[in-house]
Design a binder for this molecule. Structure first.
Ligand code: HEM
Length: 408
């Protein structure tokens, strides 16, 4: 596919110094200070369906406009989640008839999602709020007196690990340890020891095996029990299905929610006038502010799909089998939808049709309602209890091209 070279000078002659050769969405260095919005802006304007080379792989289409991200995500018949939702294919395991829900298409996907969906509906998320408020109080209790802390592990990371631990019926400290494994799973391979991601997955499966055995031996009233006793399309789920569900649930809600809270605070520190606006009426303004922070931070950088047949997007031909990657952070700054202020943080933004949880297709974030409760409770507690909050040092960013947020 010679497209990268052919397009290499696109934009030249229009006062643009950037060329497509400057685009690198696979290098952790592009994400060293958050998402590469300069690259996204160029791509949206000049090459919104961009052929991106992939060292050691066949390359992929980088889709950066809001309308296109939504249409890809809503069309699983053309853009499949099989064989996976990350760009590299090398982590694929031979799992036979077992699949992780996020890597399936309807109708299989619908059957798997039905197993857990009712535990994530808005009514259930709302009913969890008093408990989530208590967790928020406990988390801030642990740091308030100290005067300083690392917001990422000491505050933001604890909430999602406690909540999913409660839902799965495992101890809080195990939830925290399992979340640490997800970081190794998401880190760019060149940023850690060879095999570290696979080692983390195996440790997760090892732990999940124990939970499976415990629930099969003695039923309980938690989400782990529901999965351990589920039947899907006439087949009882087995320990491998259980492990895949367990990994997905631990993995999907942890660093995403954490990065939103920590990245959101980083954004508030960088925009003191927005922080002042929020604090002037926190109760009334926190809900729209959370939506704007979701748009601004967009913790999930991308989801990948694979073309099922030859098709086209914005007039660009896409061949069957090619990878198509939806960049949510870019879509969420598209002026076509968010107007001329798309690149500004405006906590009062309304309407705010961000797609940080996905563009509304079948895989739309299962945990969106719970995530909002967690984020709201934790920010409220943090901002009301800790007056005169200030950054204690520079924000360090995660070396990941998949999940964006502060590391420390
Ligand atoms: C700020 C926090 C979060 C963000 C930004 C986020 C974002 C996303 C995105 C972008 C997707 C893919 C959507 C698509 O492909 O259309 C997704 C899927 C998913 N999320 Fe979240 N998420 C968050 C929190 C959570 C939480 C707290 C949980 C669980 C407790 C969770 C569970 C899931 C699951 C299970 C899926 C896969 C759904 C499926 O395949 O049907 N997420 N999330």
């Amino acid at each position: 596919m010679p497209a990268a070279r052919v397009m290499a000078r696109r934009g030249a002659g229009r006062g643009q110094t950037r060329t497509v050769t400057d685009i690198d969405l696979l290098s952790p260095s592009s994400f060293a200070h958050g998402q590469p919005h300069d690259q996204f802006t160029w791509l949206r304007e000049h090459d919104p369906v961009h052929w991106h080379p992939e060292p050691g792989g066949e390359g992929f289409w980088a889709v950066t406009r809001y309308a296109d991200v939504r249409s890809v995500g809503r069309d699983p018949a053309t853009f499949s989640s099989v064989p996976g939702i990350m760009i590299p294919d090398d982590g694929a395991m031979e799992l036979g008839e077992h699949q992780m829900m996020i890597m399936t298409d309807p109708p299989r996907h619908s059957s798997l999602r039905k197993v857990v969906a009712r535990e994530f509906i808005p009514k259930v998320a709302q009913a969890m709020r008093p408990r989530i408020d208590v967790l928020a109080t406990n988390i801030i209790d642990q740091v308030a007196a100290a005067g300083a802390c690392d917001l990422v592990p000491d505050v933001a990371g604890l909430m999602p690990s406690y909540v999913i631990a409660d839902m799965l019926g495992i101890p809080h400290e195990d939830g925290v340890a399992l979340y640490e494994l997800t970081e190794a799973i998401h880190a760019a391979p060149e940023s850690q020891a060879a095999g570290a991601a696979m080692q983390a997955i195996l440790e997760m499966f090892n732990y999940a095996n124990g939970v499976w055995q415990a629930r099969r031996a003695e039923p309980s009233d938690d989400l782990a029990d529901i999965i351990a006793h589920a039947t899907v399309d006439g087949r009882e789920l087995d320990v491998i299905d259980f492990n895949l569900f367990f990994l997905l649930l631990i993995d999907a809600g942890g660093d995403t929610t954490r990065n939103l809270v920590a990245g959101g605070m980083d954004a508030l520190f960088a925009h003191p006038e927005q922080m002042a606006w929020l604090m002037a009426d926190l109760d009334a303004r926190l809900a729209p502010a959370v939506e704007e922070l979701l748009r601004w931070v967009s913790p999930v950088v991308y989801m990948r799909r694979t073309a099922q047949q030859d098709t086209e997007l914005r007039g660009v031909p896409i061949r069957a089998g090619q990878k198509v990657v939806m960049y949510y952070g870019s879509a969420n700054r598209d002026p076509e939808v968010f107007g001329p202020s798309a690149g500004e943080l405006d906590l009062s933004r309304a309407p705010n049709d961000h797609i940080a949880f996905g563009g509304g297709g079948p895989h739309f974030c299962l945990g969106a309602h719970i995530a909002r409760q967690e984020i709201h409770a934790l920010l409220r507690e943090l901002l009301t209890r800790c007056v005169d909050l200030r950054p204690a040092g520079e924000t360090e960013w995660l070396p990941s091209t998949f999940i964006s947020g502060p590391k420390s």
